[in-house]
Design a protein around this ligand. Structure first.
Ligand SMILES: O=C(O)CCC(=O)C(=O)O
Ligand SMILES: [Fe+2]
Length: 342
């Protein structure tokens, strides 16, 4: 990306929570080098890559820690094959525990300034190389996670993530608009994108080393950079945090991508060795908000329109949806839109 600037590092302010909050208020983010323990992240990397190897996503016989992708198995969020392996990863106790590591919780307490609720819905991204049509597009997290604006994402790669492997890029200060921007149909995680021409500001990113963490507000505009490597898998955490005192969306109380298959917490917990993180959020008296379907519904209408006029991305998206939920009313509408074209 031309004119990509470097994120400001905020390690100098770690002992000054007020200054951290000032930077978050001004820039919408703080970027902390080495926030998370390298050895714990590398151990998590081993757990995740082992599941991916078993699922056929890595080249047989290679070192799992290298994350060398088996390109013939490429898939992404929204594909049934993705969900199969992803939900095996999702059942790892070590993955969920990483969202509660003390170094992350202490940092989030500084950012939020009170008791912090890690969202039950943890998220990991498993991104193949040479698959850049499916890179996470430009968006604000609020359209996906809803609840309260004052929700923060902590994004961290599970392993080193130089820019070419697909680091996260943000537009500092873009949260100050204090509103959700228009989102349109797109391929890539979330399937909704802000159009670049509606944006002001500069893209910022960094070569991330394992442990480096980017924490940003739910209205900050961001995207993933494409994974331009020949053969490396990019894996990352994007977990969410908020004060226990503000509303949370019901969407964040269920496992990620559980709407795409029958998957629930009992299945997540099936092989866990400890109990302390099971249903941990139930001890709080949380205000739970109903999900808002507006953005997703509008994106779907746009996908139908685009498919009718021959847009390959929209057609791909709809075909995938038909495979996933063939009996749904949406699939019926998708079939109509696709047939109009042929
Ligand atoms: O890692 C990605 O590709 C997407 C991450 C993201 O959008 C987020 O953390 O909110
Ligand atoms: Fe995001």
């Amino acid at each position: 990306m031309a004119n990509l600037r470097r994120l400001r590092e905020s390690n100098d302010a770690l002992d000054d929570p007020e200054e951290i909050r000032r930077r978050v208020a001004d820039d919408g983010y703080v970027f902390i080098r080495g926030l998370q323990d390298r050895d714990k992240l590398l151990s998590l990397r081993h757990d995740v890559m082992t599941v991916m190897m078993d699922g056929g996503w890595l080249v047989n016989g290679t070192n799992v820690m290298d994350g060398i992708a088996e390109l013939s198995t490429r898939c992404t969020e929204g594909d049934g094959e993705y969900t199969d392996v992803y939900h095996r990863v999702y059942s790892l106790e070590s993955f969920h525990r990483s969202g509660h590591w003390p170094e992350v919780m202490e940092m989030m307490e500084k950012v939020i300034g009170g008791e912090v609720l890690p969202h039950p819905q943890k998220i990991m991204r498993l991104w193949y190389p040479k698959y850049t049509d499916h890179t996470t597009p430009i968006h604000q997290d609020y359209v996906h996670f809803q609840g309260s604006y004052d929700t923060y994402t902590c994004w961290a790669p599970i392993g080193d993530c130089p820019i070419e492997l697909g680091a996260l890029a943000i537009v500092p200060g873009s949260h100050k608009i204090d509103a959700v921007m228009d989102h349109h149909f797109s391929l890539g995680a979330g399937a909704l994108a802000i159009h670049e021409n509606e944006l002001e500001g500069q893209w910022h990113s960094a070569d991330f080393e394992v442990g480096d963490s980017l924490i940003f507000h739910s209205l900050v505009v961001h995207q993933a950079l494409p994974n331009l490597t020949e053969d490396r898998m990019r894996i990352s955490l994007d977990n969410r945090y908020q004060s226990v005192d503000i509303p949370i969306s019901e969407k964040m109380l269920i496992p990620h991508l559980s709407n795409l298959s029958s998957y629930d917490w009992d299945r997540v917990y099936a092989d866990w060795k400890t109990d302390d993180l099971k249903y941990y959020w139930r001890e709080y008296d949380l205000e739970v908000m109903a999900r808002i379907d507006r953005w997703g519904a509008q994106g779907f209408e746009e996908a139908l329109e685009l498919a009718r006029v021959g847009d390959a991305g929209a057609q791909h998206h709809l075909k995938r949806m038909i495979r996933r939920v063939p009996e749904s009313p949406e699939a019926e509408r998708a079939r109509e839109a696709l047939e109009l074209k042929v």
